[in-house]
Design a protein around this ligand. Sequence first.
Ligand code: TXA
Ligand code: MG
Length: 318
Amino acid sequence: MPVLPATTETIDRAAALLRAGAVVAFPTETVYGLGAHAFDANAVARIFEIKNRPTFDPLIVHVDTNAMLETVVASVPDTARDLMARFWPGPLTLVMKKTARVPEIVTSGLETVAVRMPAHPVARALLKRAEIPLAAPSANPFGYLSPTLAEHVQRMLDDRVDLIVDGGATNYGVESTILLLEPEPTLLRHGAIPIEDIERVIGSVSRELSGETKPLAPGRLPSHYAPSKPIRIVAHAEDVPREERSGAGLLALRNPTEGYAAVRTLSPRGDLREAAARLFESLHELDREDVTRIDVEAVPDEGIGVAIMDRLRRASHR
Ligand code: TXA
Ligand code: MG
């Protein structure tokens, strides 16, 4: 499977492949995406096959201009305009009414489509060159840890994708925040943009879906983003009995604790942005170590820490 550095030639080649219906992995500022031509139902179907993703799980469509957005979204509510002005390009996904051009497989039959304008220069260059919206979920097998390096994609999906564009480590390390706008602003997934920042722009956002408007979102499933080893969240590793540490891995927040078989540290300074950026990479590494399970220290439930804890709770759920 070709993994190519994100040069102009690679981007040209990736864009040509995508236009022709291929599936290409590429970096975004959040995690690596597995992209296909959003208007090509057959190409999109391959994403579901490759990821082993249930077709009731709709995809996010990536655009790079307002003109491209208009081909995907039928109407843009005022709240969405305000949010786009503030956060796009960036890690905010908005769910709005779709146009007829978006095939049902992209939205799992819903009348709405999730769309975002990514900020990563490689994602932008690819969209610009391909001149088509790209449907792209995270480039991991369904339910498994999200990829923050090209190498993760290679290890997990290898020969199943047509090309992997290597743009180095992603910036945020957790996925975009997802917001449904109508009938009322509702948070569908915690993510890179803290919900408080969003509320500063459009006022209060509901945290709970009302029964009527319940779209399926596996990012909301109790078990998701999981490594193959069992995960346990602990307040402080220092308080874990010695005998429980041996043979186990530790994902520490600031400082390593003795007695564990393998340790990764998220951020010695206790910086939550840095911790988010290292989260999945550290879990990928610990998952490959010779350990029976992984203890993870809880991080403060604030700012991007909310998205980290959300991922950890789902990763630890069995
Ligand atoms: O940061 C990200 O958002 C990354 C990068 C690649 O852009 N993408 C990503 O995609 O995390 P994915 O497929 O792993 O997560 C998409 C989530 C799913 O949980 C899906 O159910 C939800 O978005 N979603 C998509 N369309 C929706 C819709 N019309 N209504 C409600 N939820 C939707
Ligand atoms: Mg995902």
